[in-house]
Write a new protein. Structure first.
Length: 302
C-alpha cells in the first residue's frame, strides 16, 4: 500500500468501480486474455484465493493455485529461485505468506509483478476493497472517520496507509502492547500531511468510536499467532465491538470486518448481523478491487 500515491489509489478505486459496473451490465471485457497469475499460499484463505482466481477468469486469463506445502517451497527451495523460475511461466504472482520479507524477496527476484495477498505486516488488497466499499456507500472517502478497534495487525496497517492516502480520519484503538508498527504509523502520518488525513493511535475504544462513520474490526488472533490465543482473549476483552461501543458512532455508521469473524469475540452477532454491517459487500468487493489491480499491473506488463 505504501507504493501507491493518493492519485494512484483513487485511479484504482475508479477503475474497480468501472469494472464492477461493466460486469453488472453484462459486458465481458478480456484485457488479460491468455495471461496467467501464479498464486502462492503459505497460509489459509477463502476470499483471497477465490476472488483472485475468479477475477483472472473474468478478465480472460487464468490462475494457478500453488500451495506452499505442495510446491518445492515446502521442502526448502529458496524463494529467489522460485521467483525466477515462476517468472518464466506466468505473467504475475500473488503471495500470501508469514514474513513480509519473504514477499519482498519474491518481488525482488521475480521479473513479473508481485501482489501481496497478505503478510504478517500488511493486507493491502483488503484495504483496497474496504475503501471501494466505503466509497460506494458513502459516496466519498475524504474526511470520513474510520475507527479500527483491536489488534495493530496487518489489516490495521494497510487501513492506516490507505486511509491516510484517501484523506480519512483513521482512529485506531488497541490494547497497550498491541500498537501498530511504528514505521507504518510514521509513514501514514507523513502521507496524512499531504492529504489532510488524520491518524490517531489510542487505547480507548470508545474515544476511537466517537462519531465514527465506519467501525472496523478484525480477529484478535491472526494466522500464525494461534499459541497466543488464550492470552489475547483476555487482553482484548475490553475491545469487543458491541452495542455499547457502536452507540458512540454516527447513527448511519457502517460496520466492517475483513472476515473470517468470530462472533462473541471481536464482534457480537448483534452488530455483525445487523443492518449496519456491510461485511458481505466488502468481501464481494475483493473481486472488483483486485481486478483493477490485475488490469493495472498485468495488462501492460508484457
Ligand atoms: N479477508 C481475507 O483475506 O480472507 P481470506 O483469508 O479468506 O482470504
Ligand atoms: N489479521 C488476519 C486477517 C485474515 C484475513 C490474519 O492475518 O489472520
Amino acid at each position: 500500500m505504501r507504493e501507491l500515491t493518493p492519485g494512484q489509489l483513487a485511479d484504482l478505486l475508479d477503475l474497480a468501480g468501472e469494472l464492477k459496473a461493466r460486469r453488472q451490465a453484462g459486458y465481458s471485457d478480456l484485457p488479460l486474455k491468455g495471461k496467467v497469475l501464479g498464486m502462492i499460499f503459505e497460509k489459509n484463505s477463502t476470499r483471497t484465493r477465490v476472488s483472485f482466481e475468479t477475477g483472472m477468469l473474468q478478465l480472460g486469463g487464468s490462475a494457478i493455485f500453488l500451495s506452499g506445502q505442495d510446491t518445492q517451497l515446502g521442502r526448502g527451495e529458496p524463494i529467489s529461485d522460485t521467483a525466477q523460475v515462476l517468472s518464466e511461466y506466468v505473467d504475475g504472482l500473488m503471495i500470501r505468506t508469514h514474513e513480509h520479507k519473504r514477499a519482498q524477496a519474491l518481488a525482488e527476484n521475480a521479473s513479473v509483478p508481485v501482489i501481496n495477498g497478505l503478510t504478517d505486516l500488511e493486507h493491502p488488497c483488503q484495504a483496497l476493497a474496504d475503501l471501494l466499499t466505503i466509497k460506494e456507500i458513502k459516496g466519498e472517502l475524504n474526511g470520513l472517520k474510520l475507527a479500527y478497534i483491536g489488534d495493530g495487525n496487518n489489516v490495521a496497517h494497510s487501513l492506516l496507509i490507505a486511509g491516510a492516502l484517501a484523506g480519512m480520519q483513521v482512529s485506531c484503538a488497541v490494547p497497550p502492547g498491541y500498537e501498530p508498527n511504528k514505521e507504518v504509523v510514521e509513514a501514514a502520518r507523513k502521507i496524512a500531511q499531504g492529504t489532510g488525513a488524520q491518524v490517531d493511535i489510542l487505547n480507548d475504544p470508545l474515544e476511537a468510536a466517537k462519531n465514527a462513520d465506519v467501525i472496523y474490526c478484525d480477529v484478535w488472533t491472526s494466522m500464525g499467532q494461534e499459541l497466543e490465543n488464550e492470552k489475547r482473549l483476555k487482553d482484548f476483552a475490553a475491545y469487543q465491538v458491541n452495542e455499547k461501543l457502536a452507540a458512540y458512532a454516527k447513527q448511519d455508521y457502517l460496520f466492517m470486518h475483513c472476515l473470517p469473524a468470530h462472533r462473541g469475540e471481536e464482534v457480537t452477532a448483534s452488530i455483525i448481523d445487523s443492518e449496519h454491517s456491510v461485511v458481505i459487500k466488502q468481501a464481494g468487493n475483493r473481486l472488483h478491487a483486485q481486478k483493477a489491480l490485475l488490469v493495472d499491473l498485468m495488462a501492460t506488463a508484457r
